[in-house]
Design a protein around this ligand. Structure first.
Ligand SMILES: Cc1cc2nc3c(=O)[nH]c(=O)nc-3n(C[C@H](O)[C@H](O)[C@H](O)COP(=O)(O)OP(=O)(O)OC[C@H]3O[C@@H](n4cnc5c(N)ncnc54)[C@H](O)[C@@H]3O)c2cc1C
Length: 461
């Protein structure tokens, strides 16, 4: 049978849709979040259910075609699409089922954090997720999952109870502590290397209203704010999430108009303990330096997780680099203070996320996510609207990263990496890398799932 005949046969067998170059919806279907990525797959399969996922995997496997798996489409390197291959698009599979009694939630593989937070918030429950509501639950969790609640409740992957996975041979497996435990270990940090995760089950925690929001400082105070933040967060209660950032002040109503466009540093806070204790928990951060603007107060947890969505619409150009940080030294802070204030545009930023507290109570070899003694995950996230500015912005990201990397760990968080960071894959997993290649050999010996920060099914040199 010719390739088109095969495609037609699959098209007819689906509950979802197969969208090819001849279809009107093709340009929209091939588009991912990073506007820099312009690829033309042979077919995008918009899956409606697990049967469609198995069909998509089979089509790619039997046809010897590249296979991309797409959930929220936020992959900066654009792993959610490809040239000439198959895209298994899960964006139609976003169902959420909360069990308030057991305090668990099950999300389909294409759900976003906005979907999950909305459903669990109705019961005053939440789990660690990303800081932007449009990011996919699947991609973020499989790489680890860092967010406001990480210090108190661990990484997203630490809250994973089980996952349903369609493997390269078309089987549907459940991975948990009791079933396919090696696969479950690898899924918690190993990214999309092992199969298509059609649903994920998480533990939830009583988090409804939080007390928090952003505090902006004039950028010439960045050094003192960062040094204070380093000491403060190390001893702060685990209910306090707070990440440090550089950012050009956007035209938001709580920022004085004359300061719009001014480069600033900021700390974004999220107190998830009793709301009435939030003001006291955050007070020292309002005293460390003059505050240029702040928007701190009680709010529903999903409101904080959606607060920056409008600043980051789909279609921006993205180029990111990342490192884990064990000790934020004075020399590292000096490098940040030199490069952070040069942030070239309003969307771009550097975020320094604390990953201590509950994240440290999981051993380095307990899940695939290895850097359990790192205190911070740092990302320099270049994001800008105009492709004409690509050179200037990527240069800022690279120069900044080169300045801080000597003060960082060798590895970084896979979900914050660009496409040109594939050679860091071993370092990103430290002592877990060899075991990951073994699990990969067991579940994906032909490396069908290679459109990712790829763990090859071969022993490392
Ligand atoms: C604006 C923005 C904000 C972000 N904020 C955070 C944050 O707060 N915390 C954080 O930890 N990360 C954050 N990230 C990084 C994010 O975790 C990664 O980009 C992640 O890959 C996004 O997942 P996705 O499903 O949206 O992306 P996609 O592009 O759909 O997927 C990326 C890759 O993940 C794998 N994948 C996704 N879903 C599945 C699935 N169901 N089964 C198997 N494999 C799958 C595939 O390999 C896929 O190619 C952010 C990224 C962006 C662009």
């Amino acid at each position: 049978m010719a390739a088109t005949d095969v495609t037609d046969t699959v098209r007819e067998s689906l509950r979802g849709e197969l969208i090819g170059p001849e279809d009107a919806a093709y340009d929209e279907a091939r588009t991912v979040y990073n506007g820099m990525i312009d690829r033309r797959p042979a077919a995008v399969i918009r899956c409606a259910d697990v049967a469609d996922v198995i069909a998509a995997v089979g089509l790619a496997r039997d046809g010897g075609l590249d296979l991309s798996v797409r959930g929220g489409a936020h992959s900066v390197p654009g792993f959610g699409t490809n040239d000439g291959g198959i895209v298994c698009d899960l964006s139609g599979m976003r169902g959420i089922r909360v069990d308030p009694e057991r305090r668990t939630v099950r999300a389909e593989g294409g759900a976003t954090w906005g979907d999950l937070d909305h459903a669990t918030h109705a019961f005053g429950l939440a789990t660690t997720g990303g800081i932007i509501s449009t990011t996919g639950v699947g991609g973020l969790t499989l790489g680890g999952g860092i967010g406001h609640l990480a210090r108190g409740h661990g990484l997203s992957c630490d809250n994973l109870i089980s996952a349903d996975v369609v493997t390269a041979d078309g089987r549907l497996l459940t991975a948990s502590e009791d079933q396919n435990a090696d696969l479950f270990w690898a899924l918690r940090g190993g990214g999309g290397n092992f199969g298509v995760v059609s649903s994920l089950e998480f533990n939830l925690h009583p988090v409804g209203e939080i007390y928090g929001g952003p505090i902006f400082y004039p950028v010439d105070h960045a050094g003192e704010v960062m040094r204070f933040y380093r000491e403060f967060i190390a001893q702060a209660p685990e209910e306090l999430g707070a990440f440090f950032a550089f950012q050009i002040a956007p035209p938001l109503p709580f920022i004085p108009e004359e300061r719009h466009g001014e480069t600033m540093c900021l700390i974004v806070t999220c107190w998830s303990g009793p709301v009435e204790e939030g003001e006291r928990a955050i007070a020292p951060l309002l005293e460390v330096a003059p505050v240029a603007a702040e928007h701190v107060g009680p709010m529903p947890y999903p409101a904080l997780n959606g607060a920056f969505d409008a600043l980051l619409p789909p279609g921006l150009q993205h180029y990111w680099k990342a490192d884990f940080v064990r000790e934020l030294t004075d020399d590292a802070i000096a490098a940040h203070v030199e490069h952070g204030p040069r942030v070239p545009c309003m969307e771009s930023t550097m975020h320094m996320y604390p990953i201590d507290g509950a994240c440290h109570r999981v051993a380095s070899d307990e899940t695939a996510f290895a850097y359990r003694d790192a205190r911070f995950a740092c990302v320099i996230a270049g994001m800008w609207p105009d492709p004409g500015d690509n050179e200037r912005n990527t240069a800022w990201v690279r120069d900044y990263w080169e300045a801080i990397h000597p003060h960082s760990e060798r590895g970084g968080y896979v979900n914050f990496m660009a496409g040109d960071d594939q050679d860091r894959i071993r370092e990103n997993y430290g002592g877990n890398y060899d075991r990951l290649t073994e699990v990969k050999r067991r579940y994906d010996p032909e490396n069908l799932f290679h459109m990712n920060q790829n763990i090859e099914p071969v022993p490392s040199a």
